[in-house]
Ligand binder design. Sequence first.
Ligand code: CP
Length: 316
Amino acid sequence: MGALSVKHLLGIKYLKTSDIQTIFSTADRFKEVLSRPIKKIPSLRDITIANLFFENSTRTRISFELAEKRLSADIVNFSASSSSVKKGETLIDTVNNILAMKVDMVVMRHPAPGAPVLLSRHIDANIINAGDGINEHPTQALLDAYSIRERIGCVAGKKIVIVGDIMHSRVALSNIFCLKKLGAKVMLCGPPTLIPKFIDTLGIIVEYDIRKALEWCDVANILRIQLERMEHTADGKTVRYFPSLREYALYYGVNKQLLDSLKNEVIIMHPGPINRGVEITSNVADSKQSIILDQVENGVAIRMAVLYLLAGKVME
Ligand code: CP
C-alpha cells in the first residue's frame, strides 16, 4: 500500500484512481479497527489537527473529530461563529495564527468555493477540504463510493443516478468525479433549472424523468434542495428554480409507491441532512433498500484513512 500522490485533499478532481483505491484499502483496515471493543490506535499521536468550520455541519464535523480521536491525534475545534472572524480577521490570518501554535493538519469547511486551494498556497500544513461552497466535498464522495463498493462489490460498470439540486451541490460534483474515475456510469436527474448547462461534457447522462432514471440505475443518490445556496432577489426573497417544494416532491420526490412500481431494486443513498417528505419520504429513507446510515458509519473509516495517508503513514 503506497502513500497518496497529493499533499492535500482539496478535491476528487486532483486525485488519481490509484489514490482512491489506496484510501479504500486503508479504510478497510480501519473498519476492522472500528469493530473492536477498543476502537483507538496510536497512529497519529504525533499529529495535531485543527478542525475549522466556517459553515454548519453535523455529520462531517463529528465524523472527522471521531476519526481523529480514534487515531489518537491531538485536536482543536474552531467555529467561525464564535471566533475573531466576527471582528474582521481574514481566512489566511486566522489559519496562520492557528498554525503558529504548531498544528500539522487542517480540516476546513468554508462557504467560498476554492477556499481550501487558496489556503494551500499560503500554508505548509496538510489541508483537507470538508466542503467548499458549491465546489467539492471529497470525503463525502469517497464514503459514498466506498458504501456502494461495500454493498454491491464494486463501482466499475455500475449505474448510479444522482437526483435533485445538482446546481448547488458540492456532493454531486465530487461524486461525479469519483464515480467516473472508478468506472461507473453516471446519470443526473432533476428539474432542468437545477442541472447546470453543459454538465454532460463531463461524460454523464442527463435525464429529467425520475421514473426513467430509477428504472435505469442500480443506485440512486438523492440530494437535498439547497435553499441556503440559492440567490436572493433585491427584496430578500429566494430565487425560485421550481414553483414550490410540494411540486418538487410530486415530480422528483422518491417515494415507496414509485420504488415498488419498478421492476429493478434500487439502492438508496443520501448524504444528509434529509428533508423528509421533500426529496425522499421516510418509508424510503428508513427502508431496507436504504444505505444512508452505512454511509455515515463508513465516513469515519474513510476519514481515518485520509488523515492517516496524508500524514505520510503507510500500512505494512
Ligand atoms: N453530508 C454532510 O456534509 O452533512 P453535514 O453538512 O451535516 O456535515
